[in-house]
Design a binder for this molecule. Sequence first.
Ligand code: IFM
Length: 470
Amino acid sequence: MDTDLTRPSSVAGADPIDTLPPSFRWGVATSSYQIEGAVAEDGRTPSIWDTFCRVPGAVHNGDHGDVACDHYHRMPQDVALIADLGLDTYRFSVAWPRVQPGGRGPANVAGLAFYDRLVDELLGRDVEPWVTLYHWDLPQELEDAGGWPNRDTAYRFADYAELVFAALGDRVRTWTTLNEPWCSAMLGYAYGDHAPGRRNLGDGIAAAHHLLLGHGLATRRLREAARSPIELGLTLNLSTADPETGSAADRDAARAADGLANRLYLDPVLRGEYPQDVVADLAAEGVRIPVEEGDLDVIATPIDVLGVNYYFGQLHSGVDEQGRDRDDDGKPVRRVVRRDLPRTAMDWEIVPESFTDLLVRLHRDYPGTPMVITENGAAFDDKPDADGFVNDDDRVGYLTEHLRAVARARAAGADVRGYFAWSLLDNFEWAYGYDKRFGIVRVDYDTQRRTPKRSALWYRDTVRRVRGQR
Ligand code: IFM
């Protein structure tokens, strides 16, 4: 492993980033299936991603997480990297099938021991652990029993959350129940791009509701079990949905997109209700959210922190290329407009201004909930030199502009308390396999050598500067 963090990196002078306060939390994020590997070790059973990766054509290049970054065996070195960057927080996720194989029953002591060691290693290096309980690796046995569209999965999740908390709750202060439930529900069950690869809108919406129910149930269980102050929350992937023009059709397309991607999750958690316009849109598709009595009270159990993941903005149009506002089936046209903007290797538009708009909007529409940016970052086509070093100016530019966007949102009143770069390491980027690299540290998958990129050095220096350490 190359831990030489002494190479020079340039840090600009006066900058909005410098207005971020000393209490601001600085971190990096990862998730279990994307980095751990060791999928059949110490009693771990398959998750829906182990299964999905074996479906021909499901994942780019037939890639899978069997080895990934081999983090399961290299964890102390990876923690050292985080500590050497001077970061105060590490956000990681626990693999449900590792600690409770099959998704029900007693804890798997050997699997839990890995996270026990990880937490101790972090604390020993003055890095605070931030646990995400669910970052998409549902035990396959629960999928076989119906998966997230099955209401029982929410209760299984609450049991699992309690079991992890019993093991780590004495040392871990901050707990995120779910990462990006929109992705689990819609990419997994409605659009089929992610595990388990189902394609049914009704299943997607049922999954969304049961994920949120699981979040609420787990939040209550953890709050009851806590013996010392804890911070509870969930992480949503949020974006802006702007209309291309002021026309009624474009504004309605933007409303619908915002509703399905953002408000369907924000409103029940932070207001205790589903947005009626989205309920009506879904009804027009013959889909009903399977809410039972009392569910919304559970889902709206107060949280302490909202995790915000932001990557890109989007512009929406309600007319097609021919200017029609209805498609051949008579349904309203809903179209994302491709703008002439710089893009990342994911083909995602780079729009830092939208990040500011999003955070200010969250502050305005859902006041009173502190926010932490639990993910932000970019994949680019990295070109390592002969030593494996990547001079990733593009990533440094992306991170700089997005941190400035956060600082501007704070200046406008948004209560943002921390920022975690996605991701510490290049890793398994789901359906894109290992082709897309988001890490600030390069991973050579042949040798598992880690090499901090220029963005890692820039991040280290920026954090030091903002903290006034030099
Ligand atoms: O890699 C993912 C992560 O698992 C969830 N949020 C978005 C990242 C980049 O696509």
